[in-house]
Design a protein around this ligand. Structure first.
Ligand SMILES: [Zn+2]
Length: 383
C-alpha cells in the first residue's frame, strides 16, 4: 500500500482519511468536505450525515448505498461504511454523483468535485441564461466570454455568440456554446454531462421579412436553355428560405403566392402593408450572350440599409455558389425604389442563359445552398 495521500480540488485531506475496502478507495466524509470548506453535521436521530458545500446539500445515511444530492437520490455501487464511529464513502461513487473525477498521480489520489453544477437553462431573446449552484471558476479562452468573476452567483447571462470556456487541465468545467448550433455541451469533470438546447434559437423573433419570388403567372422571367423558368426557380428558393427563417422566429411574408401574377406596384404595397423590416427579391439573370455569368445584388441609390443587406447577400451567395462576382450594384428597380426606408434588395443569383451555369443553378443541392446563403445573410443583417 503506497498511496497515502488524498487531495480534493487541490486541497490536502488530513492523514488517515483514505482507506481501501475490497480494493476500492474510500474517504472519510467529514475531512473531505472540510478540506474544501464544506460543513458536515451528524444527525443522530436519522443516523445520517448532512453535508453543505457551496449551495450543494448532500445527505449520506450511515448504512446502505443511497445518497441524496440536491434533492436527487443516487445509488452508489459501493455501500457506505462506518468504522469506529466515522462514516466512509466510496470515492468513485462520490466523484460520479458530483459529476467530478477521481484519478491517481503517483502516490496521490486526486478527487475533483466541480464547484458549480448546472441546474437549468433558459433562453431570452438575445441571451442564454445558465443557472448554477455553487461557484464556477472559468478561464475564458475564446469569444466574448464573461470574466471569471461574473460567473459567480446563481445565474449567468451570456450573449448568444460563439463562446468557449474551459477550465484548467484537471477535468474541470468546459462550456461550449455555438451560436449557429442548437446544442450546448456542458462537461463537468471527466464524466461529462450533455445538455441540449431546449429549442431552436429564436434569432429572428419579432422580425418581419418580405420574400419576393420574381415574376410569376403570365411572366415567366428568364427562360433557361433547358426551358427552365426563372419564376419557378425563384419560387423554390423562396420556399426553401422561408423554412429556416420561420424556425428562427421571423414572420415571413410571401409577396407572391404560388404562381400568381403580381404587379410591381402590388409587390411594394404588400411589403409596405406587412410592415416588413426587410425585402428580399429573388431573381435569375438572362443575357443574349450565352457566356454572361455570375452573381449580382442590387439596392436602391441612397438606401444605406439596403446597401448593407445587399453586401451581405452578395458575400454569402458568392461563398456558397462560387460564381463570378459581378458586384453589389445600385439600380432603380421599382420594388427597390418604392421602399427607401427598409433594407430592400434584389439578388440575381446567376444566369439561366449560360448553359453551364444553368445546369449548376437548377440542381436541388444548389437551390438549397442558395436559400441557405440568403438565410445566413439575413441572420447576419440582424445580428
Ligand atoms: Zn427576374
Amino acid at each position: 500500500m503506497s498511496r497515502t495521500m488524498l487531495m480534493v480540488n487541490g486541497q490536502v485531506v488530513e492523514q488517515g482519511a483514505l482507506m481501501y475496502f475490497a480494493q476500492s478507495p474510500y474517504a472519510q466524509l467529514r475531512p473531505v468536505f472540510q478540506a474544501i470548506g464544506g460543513t458536515v453535521v451528524w444527525q443522530n436521530a436519522e443516523a445520517q450525515a448532512v453535508v453543505t458545500w457551496l449551495s450543494n446539500l448532500l445527505i449520506v445515511p450511515a448504512t446502505g448505498r443511497h445518497i441524496t444530492l440536491n434533492g436527487q437520490q443516487w445509488t452508489f455501487a459501493e455501500a457506505h461504511r462506518t468504522v469506529e464511529g466515522r462514516l466512509w464513502v466510496s470515492l468513485d461513487d462520490l466523484a460520479r454523483a458530483f459529476l467530478g473525477s477521481l484519478r491517481t498521480e503517483g502516490e496521490v489520489l486526486h478527487l475533483y468535485l466541480p464547484v458549480g453544477l448546472l441546474t437549468g437553462i433558459s433562453i431570452a431573446r438575445e441571451s442564454l441564461v445558465l443557472h448554477w449552484s455553487g461557484q464556477v471558476k472559468a478561464a475564458p479562452l475564446e469569444g466574448t466570454a464573461p470574466s471569471a468573476r461574473s460567473l459567480q452567483g446563481s445565474s449567468w447571462v451570456m450573449p448568444l455568440r460563439r463562446l468557449i470556456i474551459e477550465q484548467a487541465p484537471e477535468g474541470h468545467l468546459i462550456v461550449k456554446l455555438e451560436a449557429e448550433g442548437r446544442e450546448l455541451d456542458f462537461n463537468a469533470g471527466e464524466q461529462g454531462l450533455r445538455v441540449s438546447w431546449p429549442g431552436p434559437l429564436q434569432k429572428l423573433r419579432g422580425v418581419i421579412i418580405a420574400l419576393d419570388a420574381g415574376h410569376g403567372g403570365k411572366q415567366p422571367g428568364a427562360v433557361g436553355t433547358t426551358g427552365v423558368l426563372e419564376k419557378a426557380l425563384a419560387r423554390q428558393v423562396v420556399d426553401l428560405l422561408s423554412v429556416p427563417l420561420r424556425a428562427a422566429g421571423a414572420e415571413v411574408v410571401d409577396i407572391r403566392q404560388g404562381d400568381e401574377h403580381v404587379s410591381l406596384n402590388d409587390r411594394v404595397n404588400r411589403s409596405r402593408m406587412s410592415r416588413a423590416d426587410i425585402f428580399v427579391s429573388v431573381h435569375y439573370n438572362a443575357h443574349e450572350r450565352r457566356t454572361a455569368n455570375g452573381t449580382e445584388t442590387f439596392h436602391a441609390a441612397g438606401n444605406v440599409l439596403g446597401a448593407r443587406l445587399a453586401a451581405l447577400v452578395q458575400e454569402e451567395l458568392l461563398g456558397a455558389l462560387q460564381l463570378r462576382d459581378r458586384g453589389v450594384k445600385v439600380a432603380a428597380f421599382h420594388v427597390l425604389r418604392g421602399q427607401p426606408s427598409i433594407a430592400a434588395v434584389l439578388a440575381e443569383i446567376g444566369f439561366l442563359t449560360n448553359p453551364e451555369e444553368e445546369e449548376f443553378l437548377i440542381r436541388p443541392a444548389t437551390l438549397q445552398k442558395t436559400a441557405e446563403a440568403l438565410y445566413r445573410a439575413i441572420v447576419r443583417y440582424f445580428s
